[in-house]
Design a protein. Structure first.
Length: 446
């Protein structure tokens, strides 16, 4: 009996110690280093940039890996013909201003001019979406998103980092996040963040060479490196396409010579997969080309290829395409631009081709909507998909339609990447969301 009591006491003591060890430690500084082209992200459209951006400007909601929508800065309520968005009371920007309907609308209006994700997410509001949003910004009460056609995936799409509310002007990021920036390199924990105050007292950011960043991570002087592949890649949803005008003769020249697997292996690197279809393989897109091209046509003359300045993979791929087209008789000039200027370069004729990369939603129908916006081919496709109420059937319909449209839209899919983030193995309570973005809000270390 005495031995039994001793065993019970030992078990209770072990459980107590286990619970104590699991209790989060407050204080300290969460230090993050950036390598590669992470700093080139402007709208939270890369998984690495979004990992950092969400610490300063969180989205309205979080899409979990199981596709559940978790309110973060606002709640959603379905009503007949639309969706009601209510900002959570107490949510404030880093500058101290409260988050309201007008601030959400203003942020979305700016995003519409820059991001295909925003245009695709708000496309179900109809052709008058800009004026409808403007009226909502002026009125009292919550934000009513009146839908021109059913779109069951709207809430999930609104969780995209590119739609995070942020105030215009000022210095740095003025969003509603777990941390409030004090400078370009440092931020302090936000005590009023609706998701709860983070455990560390501060956030420190730095840009380091790769070897220096990995050495600092090994020495535990930093807790995460953005831009460096980790051991467990997430979903490859950061997709890159070669966009071209309608009836461009260059499409056939490139398509006949394009070896996506070799492109990924030699010029893109780890955590990337070839993407022969409009949707990446993780969303059910094809893993191999559906047909083998015949004789490779030749081109002639000169052309301009625009790509995103500061994104290493895009520059390497652009240089490879330059060689492919030179061998085909086309003199290709490379034009690095800010990421948000690429669409405008095509529309105004400043470029004949453009590399466009975008973080796709993790659902086939919203992902196809983004791709069609890039190709300026939305048309009636979304209304047809939105009319399918069952999620699995809707996803299957989107995959089928993506296969049917692959040869007719004005872009060539190239490859898809997952987040390149390496974290300290001792970091606790870190996870990925449905977009493959690392969530560090609750991170702490023993």
């Amino acid at each position: 009996m005495r031995c039994f009591r001793a065993l019970v006491l030992l078990a209770l003591l072990a459980e107590s110690q286990s619970l104590g060890a699991a209790r989060a430690r407050d204080g300290g500084t969460l230090a993050i280093a950036q390598v590669g082209g992470v700093e080139a992200d402007r709208q939270g459209e890369t998984p690495e940039g979004s990992t950092l951006r969400q610490l300063l400007a969180a989205p309205l909601c979080r899409l979990a890996e199981d596709r559940r929508v978790e309110p973060l800065l606002a709640t959603f309520e379905r009503v007949p013909g639309g969706l009601v968005v209510r900002p959570l009371p107490g949510a404030r920007f880093a500058s101290g201003e409260p988050l309201g309907v007008a601030e959400i609308v203003r942020a979305w209006q700016r995003a519409l001019t820059l991001s295909p994700v925003a245009r695709a997410a708000l496309a179900p509001l109809g052709s008058q979406r800009a004026s409808a949003l403007e009226q909502q910004a002026r009125g009292p009460g919550p934000l009513l998103l009146a839908l021109a056609y059913p779109w069951p995936d709207l809430e999930a799409t609104l969780c995209h980092p590119a739609l995070a509310p942020e105030l215009e002007g000022g210095r740095g990021v003025d969003g509603v996040g777990p941390y409030q920036p004090e400078s370009a390199e440092r931020a302090r924990a936000s005590p009023g963040f609706p998701g709860g105050r983070p455990h560390p007292d501060a956030l420190a950011l730095s840009i380091l060479p790769r070897r220096a960043a990995l050495r600092a991570l090994q020495q535990r002087s930093i807790q995460a490196v953005l831009g460096e592949p980790g051991d467990a890649p997430g979903p490859a949803l950061f997709a890159t396409y070669l966009v071209h005008p309608a009836d461009s003769p260059l499409r056939g020249v490139v398509a006949a010579r394009l070896d996506r697997a070799a492109l990924v292996r030699s010029f893109v690197g780890a955590h990337a997969v070839p993407m022969p279809g409009l949707l990446p393989p993780v969303l059910g897109g094809p893993e191999k080309p559906s047909s083998v091209p015949g004789s490779a046509p030749r081109g002639s003359g000169r052309a301009v290829l625009a790509y995103a300045r500061g994104r290493t993979a895009q520059r390497a791929v652009a240089e490879r395409l330059q060689i492919l087209l030179r061998d085909a008789g086309v003199q290709l000039t490379l034009s690095p631009l800010e990421p948000e200027a690429l669409d405008q370069a095509l529309r105004t004729g400043q470029a004949d081709l453009a590399l466009r990369s975008v973080l796709l939603p993790p659902l086939p129908a919203p992902a196809l909507a983004v791709v069609l916006d890039l190709a300026e081919a939305t048309g009636s496709e979304l209304a047809t998909l939105g009319a399918v109420p069952d999620p699995e059937a809707r996803a299957a319909a989107a995959r089928t339609r993506a296969l049917q449209l692959a040869d007719s839209v004005h872009l060539l899919p190239l490859f898809a990447e997952s987040a390149r983030v390496r974290v300290d193995p001792g970091l606790v309570d870190v996870r990925r969301d449905g977009f493959g973005v690392w969530i560090l809000d609750d991170a702490w270390w023993p």
